[in-house]
Design a protein around this ligand. Sequence first.
Ligand SMILES: Cc1cc2nc3c(=O)[nH]c(=O)nc-3n(C[C@H](O)[C@H](O)[C@H](O)COP(=O)(O)OP(=O)(O)OC[C@H]3O[C@@H](n4cnc5c(N)ncnc54)[C@H](O)[C@@H]3O)c2cc1C
Length: 505
Amino acid sequence: MVAKKPRVVVVGAGISGLAAAQRLCGAGGDRFEVTVVEAGARVGGRILTSEFAGHRVEMGATWVQGVVGSPVYALARDAGALVEEKEGGLPYERMDGFPDRVLTVAEGGEVVDGDTVAGPIAELYRGMMEAARAGEAGDGGGVEEYLRRGLRAYQAARSGGGGKELEEVEEALLAMHINRERTDTSADDLGDLDLTAEGEYRDFPGEHATIPGGYSRVVERLAAALPPGTVRLGLRLRRLEWGETPVRLHFADGAPPLTADHVILTVSLGVLKASLGKDASGAGGAAIAFDPPLPPFKREAVARLGFGVVNKLFMEVEAVEPSGPEDGGCGGDVHPAAAPPDFPFLNMAFRGLVAKIPWWMRGTESIYPVHAGSSVALAWFAGREAAHLESLPDDDVIRGVHATLDSFLPATPRWRVKRIKRSGWATDPLFLGSYSYVAVGSSGEDLDLMAEPLPRGPDTADERAPPLRVLFAGEATHRTHYSTTHAAYPSGVREANRLLQHYRG
Ligand SMILES: Cc1cc2nc3c(=O)[nH]c(=O)nc-3n(C[C@H](O)[C@H](O)[C@H](O)COP(=O)(O)OP(=O)(O)OC[C@H]3O[C@@H](n4cnc5c(N)ncnc54)[C@H](O)[C@@H]3O)c2cc1C
């Protein structure tokens, strides 16, 4: 008689789910029957390479955060995605690395001197954040208040004061760095970020790099290595009965249920948060009903950890000569092609002067060409601004960008946006946000709890080992690399290894 193979269903075909499946099918040989169920119509999840105005752009994961020893970078290399294709190779984000020169401008159009004003404030900010991560921020008032106290002390120590205008610009520069931190971490409010716990986060060593052939090539390679038919698209898990083995998976739209000995759940922390509510039909149908409910330790970790919104706005820009004062400098002739100017790498210090600039534009730190000389510019948004951006019609977005550019780059030619492309991670029911952070009230321990399989104790039928009915992978289950693909990928491998070990034991 042929022994029945353990059946494993992986929920989610993001990089963590695909990594788990590949490890089970690879190292596991033929020992497991593996299926990956994915609610969406594609693999990759929060990795999504797209095209816009003749460029390759990333709507989600963009950077390999440290290339030395990075498993993701190694996968990209194996996929041939680090080599620029000779023909048909599109220009891509930051293909020329980071620029040497940035233009820092204060709202109203005043260029901020890099050596005497912008540089020292950047240094001050860096030093204060390092101290805060080392637990030296002191109590009272949260991170932003701590930073403002530091700025006031810096200003008070300056001989001759500097004047009110300079102080206002410095405050605006500080706010610019805060916006950058919000995007890096996804925390809407820095006061909600546990900076000491966040000090556990690690990048890989080496430079940060984008992937010439696109991030999606990494996940496509993982998917291609799986036996045909392993990944089943368009199957959205709605209900998980995990009280006994086999576990039962029920899907939306009347798709037939599946049973499994083990489920590896890789859905985002946003989807898990939505699943904590009593009404599983809430959150645009994103919620998964757990039967029995998730135990308190898991529910509490899910609730405590932070999961924020970060969105990218791509803009195709062109330089325009204003045709007259009556149109406010808009709608003129395209700048003569002989010497088209380059869009600058623009850092923006907002100081609340120009009423036409909408509030949500004030949450971005910079607008910059995706590579030097590119006609595609990019701005990142976090928190409530990022969420609001998803709700606006294109015309409103373009109007808001124009008001901003007219204030920060008032000289002619003026910059006009021809069209835009943006991500929408908050409203997409398959994600409900962008990535996780350690919120005040949570800790690195919660990330460890996220990774713990269910049920916690040994199986009553087999006292030797826990039955590992539901295992958890995904970026929010990794203590030191959370929020990144460097967390998601190894978390999938980790859970596959857990099963391999289980059957070895
Ligand atoms: C704007 C943005 C920028 C980023 N930048 C970077 C970066 O520069 N560098 C970096 O390393 N990381 C970055 N990240 C984070 C990175 O993309 C993620 O950490 C990583 O891709 C998460 O992978 P995952 O497998 O854990 O989850 P996901 O990719 O979310 O995979 C989970 C899968 O589960 C599916 N799913 C959801 N619900 C169900 C259901 N009920 N049934 C079945 N399937 C379901 C989803 O469709 C999805 O495919 C960025 C993310 C965003 C959004």
